[in-house]
Structures are given as structure tokens and as C-alpha cells.
Design a protein around this ligand. Structure first.
Ligand SMILES: NC(=O)c1ccc[n+]([C@@H]2O[C@H](COP(=O)([O-])OP(=O)(O)OC[C@H]3O[C@@H](n4cnc5c(N)ncnc54)[C@H](O)[C@@H]3O)[C@@H](O)[C@H]2O)c1
Length: 333
């Protein structure tokens, strides 16, 4: 088992780890028991193992759920620290001065990310296919942009060569299985969910490499290789591609100072979700069914996804690349 040094760190008086243990209301360090665990127990020792290592005995398990659990554990720790020890600390300003571009920022998750970035001091460029959706985003540069149009994407990159953080959030949900999926639905899914990420990377990555600094955050989905859902044939295929592209970009540009991570939301209450629910034959039942598949008992909020995007955009996550953060109320467990 590797990672003992970090586990040992939990014993160090005055260390951040001790503060995290206190915030989590954990007892004294259980590093020895933790090291014997081959299964991940998010409640107690497993959390210590998960925080301590991405290698060793817990890795196989951790690869599936551990990154999410790690983040939940750390989030809880941070939240508790905020409430207790750090009550007076202002967490705003984590993106001060960073030029950040978000696609699909007109509504839903993208809009929440734009607002959260702005609140953290970022210089935000909010872009969306629908110019009218961008109204009301005060203090940000707003840019109408269809991410499937290569020339338009290159033009925006030429106008804003200093983008340090790129969030690829624009997305399209094709509803249907392999038999009902039309060629048009499939092609649109590829164009909006997959080719857009290549377009945006080709336009903005070179500048990041020149400055030896950049963070790309791709919004994927647990409906991908992580989990299957009925009637999401093209959607799942394209979101699986997002996970793969994230890891490819991460490994190819790690030496140029560019990080690339993804976020996989579960079911998040956004305008597009409401539209799909409203289109169902029995909308009330459709909403109840979506809630029922979330073990946490509710839909997610766009702000809960935005909080992870802030972390991935900021230097707090400077040791993370190629990771996928699952935020799904336990849907994929
Ligand atoms: N809501 C969920 O439950 C959920 C779950 C998992 C993943 N996601 C992903 O999160 C992202 C945002 O989802 P949401 O629910 O907030 O969606 P949404 O439909 O509410 O917002 C998507 C935005 O993207 C814009 N957009 C669509 N096509 C575009 C294009 N070609 N170019 C530029 N902008 C375009 C739309 O105008 C819209 O403002 C998507 O990638 C989606 O697949 C959402």
C-alpha cells in the first residue's frame, strides 16, 4: 500500500490533515487499519485511504468511485472548515484575474459556471449559440458563438488570445435508442458534444501552451461509460468521447502546463431538463422517476456543478489532470 506518508500526515500536530480530520469529526488516525482495507469505506477509514492515495491497494475501487468520494470528503472537510475554523475567511477571489471562456453559458450549468467564475474574480467571456440567453450576465464579456462552427471559434480565439481557462459546457441531448436515433440526431450529437471540444482546443490550446499555463474543463456526464440510461444512445456515446478526449488532451499537453479535467453530472435541474420533463406524456411522473434514480433523493443544482468547475479552474487543483469528477447524488454508485 502506498501513500502511507500522507496517512502519517494525518497524525502531524497542526497539519491541514489534522484540521480535515477534525472537520470530518474523525477520531484519532486509523492509518494502520486503513492500510489493511481493500474495500473503500467512504464513512471512515476508506475516506482516509481515498484522500491519501491514488495508488496501491485501494486504486481499483477508487478509480470507479474514489475520485468522487475523495472530492465529497474534501468538500465536506472544506465546508465544515468554512463553518467552523474558517468562518471569517472569504473564499471568493480564487480566480482573480484569470481570463475564462465558457461555452453554453446562456442558461443552466454553463450560466451558473459563468456566474460562479465572475464571483471568484475571473474575467469571464460567456458564450452561447443563443445571443438572447446571454442577457443579464453583468460584468462579463458576452459572445454569441456556435461551437460547431470552426471559423467562428477561431475568430473568437483571435479576439481573445489570453484565455487561460476554457470550459466546454455546450451540449445537446438526443433522446432515443439505437433504432430510433436518426442520422441527423447522431450527427448533431457528434458536432455539439464532440467536435466542439476539438474546435475549441485547436483554437485556445496553442495560446495556453505559449504561456505554459491553462486549464480546460469539459462537461461530460455520468451517462457515458460510467453509467447507462435508457434512450440516451447518441448522448452516452458522445459523452464517453468527452471522457476520452479529456484524458488525451491531459496526457498530450501535460508538459506544456495545460491541465484538462472533466465533470460528470448526474441529473441536474436545468432549463433543458425541464423541457424534456415537460415533453413527457406524464411530466409529474417523469420528474418523480428522475428523482427516484438519485440515491440522494433530489435532483442536483447547477451551482453544485459550478463549484467543481471553480475548483478545476483554480490553482487549488494544480496537481489534477485527466480526472473526472462525478457529481450525481450517488446515481452511478
Ligand atoms: N442537466 C443535466 O442533468 C446534465 C447532466 C449531465 C450532463 N449535462 C451536460 O451539461 C451541459 C449543460 O447542460 P444543461 O442542462 O445546463 O443544458 P442547457 O440546455 O440548459 O444549456 C445548454 C446551453 O448550451 C447552448 N448550446 C447548445 N448548442 C450550442 C452550440 N452549438 N454552440 C454553443 N452553445 C450551444 C444552449 O443554447 C444552452 O444555453 C451539457 O453539456 C450537458 O450535456 C447536463
Amino acid at each position: 500500500m502506498t501513500g502511507e506518508s500522507t496517512v502519517a500526515g494525518f497524525d502531524a500536530p497542526g497539519s491541514a490533515a489534522v484540521a480535515i480530520r477534525r472537520a470530518l469529526s474523525l477520531g484519532p488516525s486509523r492509518s494502520d487499519q486503513a492500510s489493511k482495507h481493500s474495500k473503500f469505506d467512504p464513512m471512515m477509514d476508506g475516506a482516509v485511504v481515498g484522500v491519501s492515495s491514488r495508488e496501491g491497494a485501494s486504486v481499483t475501487h477508487q478509480k470507479k468511485i474514489g475520485i468522487a468520494v475523495n472530492f465529497v470528503v474534501l468538500s465536506h472537510a472544506c465546508a465544515n472548515l468554512c463553518c467552523a475554523d474558517m468562518r471569517e475567511v472569504d473564499m471568493r477571489g480564487r480566480l482573480t484575474g484569470k481570463r475564462c471562456l465558457i461555452t453554453g453559458a446562456g442558461q443552466g450549468i454553463g450560466r451558473s459556471i459563468a456566474e460562479a467564475f465572475h464571483a471568484e474574480g475571473a474575467r469571464v467571456i460567456a458564450s452561447d449559440l443563443r445571443a438572447e440567453y446571454l442577457r443579464g450576465l453583468a460584468g462579463m464579456i458576452t459572445v454569441p458563438l456556435d461551437v460547431t462552427r470552426t471559423a467562428d471559434v477561431m475568430e473568437v480565439a483571435a479576439q481573445h488570445p489570453d484565455v487561460e481557462v476554457l470550459v466546454n459546457c455546450a451540449g445537446y441531448v438526443a433522446v432515443g435508442n439505437v433504432l430510433s436515433c436518426t442520422n441527423e440526431q447522431f450527427d448533431t450529437s457528434i458536432a455539439v458534444n464532440v467536435r466542439s471540444i476539438m474546435n475549441m482546443a485547436k483554437a485556445f490550446l496553442p495560446g495556453m501552451c505559449l504561456r505554459n499555463k491553462g486549464s480546460i474543463v469539459n462537461i461530460a456526464s455520468v451517462v457515458s461509460t460510467t453509467k447507462a440510461a435508457p434512450d440516451r444512445f447518441a448522448y452516452a456515446a458522445t459523452k464517453a468521447a468527452v471522457l476520452a478526449m479529456t484524458r488525451s488532451i491531459a496526457i498530450d499537453f501535460i508538459k506544456q502546463g495545460v491541465r484538462c479535467n472533466s465533470i460528470s453530472p448526474g441529473t441536474i435541474d436545468t432549463p433543458s431538463l425541464s423541457t424534456r420533463i415537460a415533453a413527457a406524456s406524464d411530466p409529474e411522473r417523469a420528474r418523480a422517476a428522475l428523482v427516484a434514480r438519485q440515491p440522494l433523493g433530489r435532483l442536483g443544482k447547477a451551482t453544485e456543478v459550478a463549484a467543481l468547475a471553480v475548483m478545476l479552474a483554480s490553482d487549488e487543483s494544480c496537481f489534477m489532470t485527466g480526472a473526472d469528477l462525478v457529481v450525481d447524488g450517488g446515481m452511478s454508485l
